[in-house]
Every structure is written in C-alpha cells, then in structure tokens.
Design a protein around this ligand. Structure first.
Ligand SMILES: *Cc1c(COP(=O)(O)O)cnc(C)c1O
Length: 358
C-alpha cells in the first residue's frame, strides 16, 4: 500500500492508525455484530462512543467545568448563522476581527441578523497578518475572531482578554496547541481539518451563555436544545463522532496537546526554514510574526514556475499543494495528522525544485 503525502486543506489527512482501527472494527463494532454506522443512536453501545468523545475532548483541551461540548452538523458555516441567531441582541453590535475570508463570511451572516462592527482588519494588507491589537469594547453582544486563517496561513499567537464574550472559529487549528479555553465563551470547529472526517462540528460553549439564547428561533438552531439533549436532540452524525473519538484517542497516545504542539512547531519550521533560506525563490505570504503552524502559504516568482511546482509535486507523490482559488500560489496544510516525515519530504522536494529551476 502506498499512502500519499497529503497536504489537503480540508477534508484533510487522518492518522493512519485511526483509519486502520476503524477498518478493523468496521463490520463488527465491539462485538455488536454491526458497524457503528448501523447502531441506533439511542443504544448503549453508541452512547458510550458519544460520551467518550465528549469526555476526551474535555480532558485533552483542559475544558473547565462551566463549559459544555456539543456535536452539531452544518459545519463551521452553520455556526456563522447560529451564533448571531442565538446571541446577537437587537440594538447592540456583534464585533468582528477580520483576518481572512472566513471572518468575512462570519461577519456577513451576522449582518443579516443584526448590527455588526469591524474592530480591526488586515484586509488592506491582503490579510498577511493578524490584527492582534484593537480597542476592547465594553458595549455589544460579543467579539468574534478566527484563530487560524486557513487560506492566508496566519494564526493568532496570543489570544486577547476581552470584556465582552469572546467567540472563536477554530476550525483549522483546534487541538493543535495548548491554550486557555477560559478566555472564550464559545469555540467552534468543523471536524474535517484537525479532528477527523467532515460531518460533525464541535462547539464548546460556556453554560452561562446558554441561558442567554434567543427563544424565538427554531429548536434545531438553538444551542440550548442541543445542550439539554446531550447533542442527541435528533440523529447525530454517529460515524463522524466515532471517528472523532478515535482521533482523540490518538492525540492522547501522542502525549496530548503539549506533545502535538511541539511536533507541529517542528513540522512548520522545516517548511518555513526552507522558504527563508531560499534567497527569495520561495516567498511566504504571511508576515513572520503571524505565521500559521497549520497552513504554510507561499508563492514562487511567477505563474509558470508555480504551475511547474504543482505539477512536479504531484508527480513526486504530494497532494493538495495548490493555494486556495481566491489567492493562488501554494499552500501546505500540515494539520496534526500530517507526519513530520511528510514535511521533511516536502522540504527536500522544495530544495531540489529550487536547484533545478533557479
Ligand atoms: C474550512 C473552514 C470553514 C468552513 O467550514 P465548513 O465546515 O465547510 O462550513 C470555516 N472557517 C475556517 C477557519 C475554516 O478553515
């Protein structure tokens, strides 16, 4: 069997050990004589999987008692709408820190529900950095930020302390590093970058926020509905949650978030060093102080060279190195499941490509 060096942005690499475990119990899960996919979501066997995923997430991220973990559907994109529907009070603002296209989408959806205000933005500089300093507002419903900008390859280094509830889209860097969950009132992430397959969205929400939800919206869109029913209000994406539980077990076996973070930094350094030592042959999109350890974005001198780079990379067994269609260039997404060997192989490939084409 030959596994590709997978640098896809999302859906993305899943640890081989997790895929193999899922394969080994695919047709008979835990002696049930059924696949996890065939179990009732009300059965004891499934409920154990569901609760284990939630407990492991809490343990590994150090989530305090006053938070709940929810498993929802609809991706991060549904959260862009659900958050303002639940928490944006009329006559107040939802504040946004704009660091990329995903922040824009979140703000755009909120603006359909109520008032929004842009606290800070790096749009004028092509989103090459995170606008980490801003005036902390005292009035408003909440502040929203995007912790890692999947498309531009920038990442918050230090999260702010804010007066208003702080909400973060962590779709592309959740569980990639340690951080203080208690700074946030709500964290959300589609699973398909760092947590497993698409289909489940993790929401971590402070219990005191749940009491604030707007009562005038449909039950399925209310966080309190899902919280009261342990994310079993309707049929959850059972197989995706099972895969998430296996990914979480894998993270635990790797030594938890501290070990994962150290390895992620090493992986990112291999590629950034290659860019920095290329004498301008490769040029990073992100400013150094805002560089992402998850998505490494870079350009080559011209379109022709970029095309040749992508073409040769595919021939050499690398997948997913084309940049997002909105900014072009190249991007290597090096989420938790991408092994350091793949990053070393890419760094070697980049150095060789430069020798050949310089
Ligand atoms: C991928 C991504 C999204 C979109 O997620 P969906 O699950 O497809 O809705 C939103 N925000 C960020 C930061 C992302 O990386």
């Amino acid at each position: 069997m030959k596994r590709t060096y997978n640098f896809n942005a999302g859906p993305a690499a899943i640890p081989l050990a997790v895929l193999e475990k899922a394969q080994s119990e695919l047709v008979d899960f835990n002696g049930t004589g059924m696949s996890v996919m065939e179990l009732s979501h009300r059965s004891k066997s499934y409920e154990e999987v569901h609760n284990r995923a939630s407990a492991l997430l809490k343990e590994l991220m150090g989530i305090p008692e006053e938070y709940e973990v929810l498993f929802l559907q609809g991706g991060a994109s549904l959260q862009f709408a659900m958050i303002p529907m639940n928490f944006l009070k009329s006559e107040t603002d939802a504040h946004f820190i704009m660091s990329g296209v995903w922040s824009e989408k979140a703000q755009s959806e909120a603006s359909k529900i109520g008032n929004t205000n842009i606290l800070a933005s790096s749009k004028d500089d092509r989103y090459t950095y995170i606008p980490e300093t801003f005036e902390d507002p005292a009035e408003g419903s909440y502040i929203h930020l995007t912790s890692n900008n999947t498309i531009y390859g920038t990442q918050w280094q230090d999260f702010p302390i804010t007066k208003l509830p702080l909400i973060a889209d962590m779709s592309s860097d959740i569980m990639s590093r340690e951080f203080d969950v208690s700074r946030f009132s709500l964290i959300y992430a589609g699973a398909q970058k760092n947590l497993g397959p698409s289909g489940v969205t993790v929401v971590i929400v402070k219990k005191d926020m749940l009491a604030e939800t707007n009562e005038q919206i449909p039950a399925i869109l209310k966080y309190s509905t899902h919280s009261k029913q342990n994310s079993l209000y309707n049929t959850p994406p059972t197989f995706a949650i099972y895969m998430l539980s296996l990914v979480l077990e894998w993270i635990q076996e790797q030594g938890g978030l501290a070990a994962i973070e150290a390895l992620n930094n090493k992986k990112a350094s291999l590629l950034y060093d290659c860019i920095d030592q290329s004498g301008g042959f490769y040029s990073g999109h992100a400013e150094k102080t805002s560089r992402s350890a998850m998505n490494v974005t870079f350009t080559l001198k011209n379109e022709e060279l970029t095309k040749a780079f992508i073409k040769e990379s595919i021939e050499s067994g690398f997948s997913g190195l084309g940049g997002h269609r909105s900014i072009g260039g190249c991007r290597a997404s090096i989420y938790n499941a991408v092994p350091i060997e793949a990053c070393q192989a890419l760094a070697d490939f980049m150095a060789n490509f430069q020798k050949k084409h310089a």
